[in-house]
Design a protein around this ligand. Structure first.
Ligand SMILES: [Zn+2]
Length: 358
């Protein structure tokens, strides 16, 4: 039914440039890191982040992917849950936006929700997000923080969300771990946070993305495999959209230190809301950039992974962010996309055994 080259790794290894890009060789001894310890696109020597050079090479050399129901490509929808309760600055900005638009109901919801209980917070919006996705036959993943410590401030207590988490998984959406700022590469801390989330959820958690996209090649992959995750979706840049290792397909990372594959599937992140809007000057420019990336992924029959923060949907001062999300869903739907969660992509990849052999 499908053709997979037996030896995908060997195919990429034929080209040194592609192999270095694929394995992220330049990140093994980075010239510098930013203040959050991140390797950013600004430090990379990859001249064309918007072209998935490795995936393109594979596809041109016989790498064929099929998706359920003959879909053309896949969109992996994900949401980092950084906030459940708006910080003061957000409340102020949202209230001002509502006032400007004479939206008094909005103003009430943004400024006075506390009177009606925690779950009335404008960022307690998982059902709204799921309803929106359901309209397009899509599902998604929510990655929750399960720690008290953070570089900026206390975020939220995951125990507040026990009923909500149950509701999310009952609808068929995924709950994964948004590893805390200090969890990156700290196996003990990751296990603690994973255990905490699993305890509240009452089931295993298999998907992961680190807060602030903190990630170190190849150590983070090794740590996450040891912690028992099935997949990670941290690998993307915070300062630029695109294809960090030239792949627009999930892949089993390769560790250049011991010349072995790591047993965790990486589903590389392509577009994060903050990054897209920070690197473009207007809604229409953001849309043009997103559309170009979608068309590129379609041409490779790849997986486009989006990260739209859950609070971006309850945030009047970022109204265009949620509008663009829906526009992307509409467009991808019209292009015959399979729009689903990280865990569903992961299951499909494992089931079809896309695992390259040596
Ligand atoms: Zn985060």
């Amino acid at each position: 039914m499908m053709f997979y080259p037996n030896d995908i790794l060997q195919q990429i290894q034929k080209s040194k440039g592609l192999w270095d890009l694929y394995t992220r060789k330049e990140e093994y001894s980075p010239p510098q890191l930013n203040r959050y310890g991140l390797f950013i696109y600004g430090y990379s020597e990859n001249p064309n982040i918007l072209e998935p050079a490795v995936s393109r090479y594979l596809v041109n050399n016989g790498y064929e992917i099929e998706y359920p129901a003959h879909k053309q490509f896949a969109v992996c929808l994900t949401h980092d849950v950084d906030e459940i309760y708006p910080p003061h600055k957000h409340t102020l900005l949202s209230a001002l936006t509502c006032l400007k638009g004479l939206d008094f109901n909005g103003l009430k919801r943004q400024a006075f929700w506390k009177r009606h209980g925690k779950e009335k917070s404008p960022y307690w919006n998982f059902q709204d997000i799921m309803n929106l996705e359901e309209k397009y036959g899509a599902q998604s993943s929510f990655y929750f923080l399960a720690t008290d410590t953070d570089i900026r401030r206390f975020r939220y207590n995951i125990t507040d969300l026990e009923d909500e988490l149950a509701f999310i998984v009952d609808r068929g959406w995924e709950v994964g771990l948004h590893g805390g700022y200090y969890a990156c590469n700290d196996l003990e801390e990751i296990l603690l946070e994973k255990g905490q989330l699993e305890h509240i959820l009452g089931r295993k958690v298999t998907g992961y993305r680190n807060h602030y996209l903190r990630f170190q090649v190849p150590n983070s992959w090794e740590t996450l495999e040891k912690a028992g995750f099935q997949y990670d979706t941290t690998l993307g840049y915070s300062d630029m959209v695109g294809f960090r290792n030239g792949m627009c397909h999930p892949f089993w990372p390769y560790n250049l230190r011991n010349n072995m594959e790591v047993g965790i599937l990486e589903i590389p992140m392509v577009i994060m809301d903050v990054t897209l809007f920070n690197s473009t000057r207007s809604y229409s420019e953001a849309w043009q950039m997103a559309k170009a990336l979608i068309d590129t992924v379609v041409s490779c029959h790849g997986v486009l992974t989006l990260n739209w923060h859950s609070n971006s949907f309850g945030c009047p001062f970022r109204g265009s962010w949620s509008r663009l999300y829906e526009k992307i869903l509409q467009y991808c739907d019209s292009k015959n996309a399979w729009m689903t969660s990280g865990i569903e992509i992961c299951k499909w990849w494992r089931y079809n055994d896309f695992k390259p052999t040596r």
